[in-house]
Design a protein. Structure first.
Length: 300
């Protein structure tokens, strides 16, 4: 047989029957390998790409930062304008200025409406009240006592109570006086309404019957102890601000209305004195207060 030709294409070394297996390609260990090292693939391009990516990221961050700074600037400007406008408005609103006519009226109404609570009971019902006697002589009625504050319906007759309750009566204040001679006993009652409009509506519905009105208040151990509903000779009322001031009078000796001839009542000093006392207390309560000329006092 003919000898097999080596398939590797490489000559055999003399004296060797078979090729050495030291090199997996079949080359002898003493020769240089024909396989070159794998070169770095496009290293410059990769570096350039990486650099472009980093620059893009940097530029995007710069854009975001500029947008953030711009938005922050807008917010600061808008906030500053709001604060400035608010400060200007507050200054304009709170600076002292002359009161308008509406504000003056409101000031007076509010001041009058809170007097029944702001004043002490002795302020609503003074110790002495001037009235005109016979021949228009000035005399003084003296306060005997002040009754505890009560509900409106408990201080007046039923015919009057319904009207007061329907118009929002808040409270009833009462006190009893005697004339200068201690011959007459006079009870004054102050019905407190929600406001002046309610008072006007209530007075339009009140009965003109002079036998009903405020219930008398008697104080034991005084000249008023005999004064009760049967002893009332006459009753009446007058409106003042949010108040209805009732008054009723009788004789200190306890005589009833039925025991007194009508003509005697007509010519008696009793009712003019009682009416005058009630009017004086109404005047005290509704006397217009002094209004400051400016919103912050007397200086505008």
């Amino acid at each position: 047989m003919k000898g097999r030709r080596p398939t590797s294409g490489l000559p055999r070394a003399e004296g060797d029957a078979t090729p050495r297996r030291d090199n997996p390609l079949g080359a002898t260990t003493g020769r240089r390998s024909r396989v070159r090292a794998w070169p770095a693939a496009n290293s410059r391009e990769r570096a350039a790409v990486r650099q472009r990516i980093e620059m893009d990221a940097l530029q995007q961050g710069v854009r975001y930062r500029r947008m953030f700074v711009a938005m922050l600037g807008v917010i600061i400007v808008v906030s500053s304008m709001i604060v400035l406008l608010g400060t200007v408005g507050l200054f304009a609103e709170t600076r002292s200025r002359p009161l308008t006519s509406a504000e003056r009226d409101q000031y007076q109404q509010e001041e009058i409406a809170r007097r029944w609570q702001a004043w002490p009971a002795t302020g609503v019902f003074p110790e002495e009240v001037k009235y005109l006697g016979l021949d228009r002589a000035q005399q003084y009625a003296r306060r005997v006592g002040i009754a505890p504050e009560t509900e409106c319906a408990k201080g007046v007759d039923a015919a009057v109570a319904g009207v007061l309750q329907s118009h929002g009566c808040v409270s009833m204040l009462r006190a009893t006086y005697t004339d200068q001679t201690a011959s007459f006993v006079i009870t004054v009652g102050v019905a407190v309404l929600k406001d002046e409009e309610s008072r006007v509506s209530a007075t339009e519905e009140l009965t003109q019957d002079d036998r009903v009105g405020v219930l008398p208040v008697a104080f034991p151990g005084t000249v008023t102890e005999r004064f009760g509903p049967q002893q009332r000779q006459r009753t009446g009322w007058v409106g003042a601000g949010p108040y209805i001031v009732f008054s009723t009078a009788g004789y200190a000796d306890g005589r009833t209305r039925a025991a007194i001839p009508p003509e005697e009542i007509l010519h008696s000093e009793l009712w003019p004195a009682a009416k005058s006392v009630g009017n004086q207390i109404a005047y005290f309560l509704a006397d217009p207060p002094k209004v400051p000329p400016c919103t912050q006092g007397n200086v505008c």
